[in-house]
Design a protein. Structure first.
Lengths: 185, 346
């Protein structure tokens, strides 16, 4: 076992544990603070987009959303609303993406997948993407991004009760849409 | 359906939800750095406001240039500011209760740099996450240390307790040390339990984990478990749906460090299914003499060796021959072994 010099946690890092402090620092142009917001909220934005646009487009759009947010951060009045504000930007970006796409590419995206678990994952994702928007977003955040219900509420600004209902109803619809082995029909 | 598990992964796991988590986890966000170069150039405002700002900016720029020039002239020889230390990758987040980091209560989130101890009591849990690396949830009663590591390497030490890891870093770059073996991620999700005496258990739910100590190695595929043995490294991996007789026989074999107990080996050979070929393959690598011959014969029945892999080569533990045989099991390419051997010094 390699144990080096233990050092105490840098107290200067502690304020960054506070989301409002991070947002305020980022509003002042602190890219390090914004980078930490990106780490913290990246999975949420990824999930919101993944529920709406083809998988191959998501990483690029995540960058778009965060860079757009970075430019517009000065317009955010309440730092505590950062998550809900960011989720709204992501949803709008997804709408904008579809406006610019003359052909619905989701089916091609799924068909292009190789065989194996990755193909099965994409097929199941396709089923989730066919569910109502509220359900698919919550399901993607829970099942793909690995967030708990409370984390989904904290990150997106939804109430825990709404998230709980969306998870429950969405999972019920998903079960009905999958076969008895949990695979896409 | 267990809504509790669906809500926060506590309570009795819902098999359907668990399966979907494992299946879809591979699509999870893998954060690369934000590319600020994609930001468009600043768009100038129009009208008098912009003209006024230009004047102010020009004055400020001239002043800044003058101050910098003066500073450079005054401070000779020029001093070079030390480079900022790299940002620690690990962000610790309290999920339940009040865990501790370096002995101090953790509330909310904290970036944990260098080497620190993270502990949970019976009522607390922690999530460690690192951009581009993965997410590790620590269960109650866990003691974990973050370890200093080289560029592109990420190392933790699990002294006791349980962790559940979802890793998306490059295979071979994330490792967890335990008192009896080191688990090297080969692209996977897994649950690892360790006790201070060195006992423990690895359960791989996605991908692969290499488990090793000194010359004893086990490669554990998705859906398989492997015991950790006090002072003896990893045990023999087997699928979690293996017949009970096989699992019990392997426990008896793993409990010994000398020749394999005859009765246990007999039971393992009889109980093994074709799907358990990888288990017998591991036993074959660790056996000698008559035991090795019996293992070869049974393995050849369950999963015939490919052309070129002879009995003599297999019993001589010829690496190329054994890896060629491995490739017939349908569990991934033996190239994984190369990644395992290329691992950093453990």
């Amino acid at each position: 076992m390699r144990i080096g010099h233990a050092r105490t946690v840098d107290p200067a890092e502690a304020p960054y544990g506070n989301q409002d402090a991070l947002v305020m620092a980022a509003k002042g142009g602190d890219r390090d603070a914004f980078g930490r917001l990106y780490e913290r909220f990246g999975p949420m934005v990824h999930g919101v987009l993944l529920a709406r646009v083809p998988l191959v487009e998501v990483d690029d759009l995540v960058q778009d959303v965060f860079l757009s947010a970075f430019q517009r951060l000065s317009t955010l009045r309440a730092p505590g609303a950062f998550g809900a504000w960011l989720a709204a930007i992501a949803r709008n970006r997804a709408v904008d993406y579809h406006r610019r796409q003359p052909v619905e590419p989701l089916a091609d995206d799924i068909a292009a997948a190789d065989d194996g678990p990755q193909a099965e994952a994409r097929a199941v994702l396709g089923v989730i993407q066919s569910l109502p928007a509220a359900y698919r977003e919550t399901l993607v955040l829970r099942l793909v991004e690995g967030m708990t219900g409370q984390e989904i509420a904290d990150r997106t600004g939804l109430t825990p009760a709404s998230v709980r209902v969306n998870l429950h109803r969405g999972m019920r619809q998903l079960r009905e849409a999958l076969d008895s082995n949990g695979r896409a029909r | 359906m267990s809504d509790k598990y669906l809500w926060n992964r506590t309570g009795e796991p819902d098999p359907a939800v668990e399966r979907l988590e494992h299946l879809l986890g591979g699509l999870r966000h893998r954060a690369g750095p934000l590319d600020y170069t994609r930001l468009p150039a600043a768009i100038p405002a129009s009208g008098a406001t912009w003209r006024w700002r230009r004047v102010v900016l020009a004055v400020a720029a001239c002043s800044a240039v003058a101050m910098v020039a003066a500073g450079l002239w005054w401070r000779s020889p020029q001093t070079v500011a030390p480079a900022a230390p790299p940002l620690s990758p690990w962000l610790a987040q309290s999920l339940t209760g009040t865990p501790t980091v370096a002995g101090a209560p953790l509330r909310g989130e904290l970036r944990v740099g260098g080497e620190h101890v993270i502990e949970t009591d019976r009522a607390s849990t922690v999530r460690l996450s690192a951009s581009g690396v993965g997410m590790i949830d620590l269960g109650p009663g866990t003691r974990l240390r973050t370890l200093a590591s080289g560029e592109g390497e990420y190392r933790l030490a699990l002294d006791r307790g349980t962790l559940h890891a979802h890793i998306w870093a490059a295979p071979g770059s994330f490792a967890v040390e335990t008192p009896s073996a080191t688990a090297l991620d080969l692209g996977c999700s897994y649950r690892l339990e360790a006790a201070p005496d060195g006992s423990g258990r690895l359960h791989v739910t996605l991908g692969w984990v290499g488990l090793g100590q000194h010359a004893v190695e086990s490669l554990v595929p998705q859906g398989a478990v492997c015991a950790l043995r006090p002072r003896a490294g990893p045990g023999t991996p087997h699928f979690d749906d293996a017949p009970g007789a096989l699992a019990e026989a392997l426990a008896a074999i793993d409990a010994t460090t000398g020749p394999m107990p005859g009765a246990a080996l007999e039971t393992a050979l009889a109980a093994a299914r074709p799907r358990d070929a990888f288990t017998l393959w591991h036993l074959l690598r660790r056996s000698a003499g008559a035991d090795a011959s019996r293992l070869y014969d049974r393995l050849a029945v369950l999963s015939p060796p490919p052309a070129g892999v002879t009995r003599d080569l297999a019993l001589a533990k010829d690496r190329a021959a054994l890896e060629a045989w491995w490739n017939t099991f349908g569990l991934g390419d033996a190239e994984l072994f190369g990644r395992w051997r290329a691992r950093p010094a453990l």
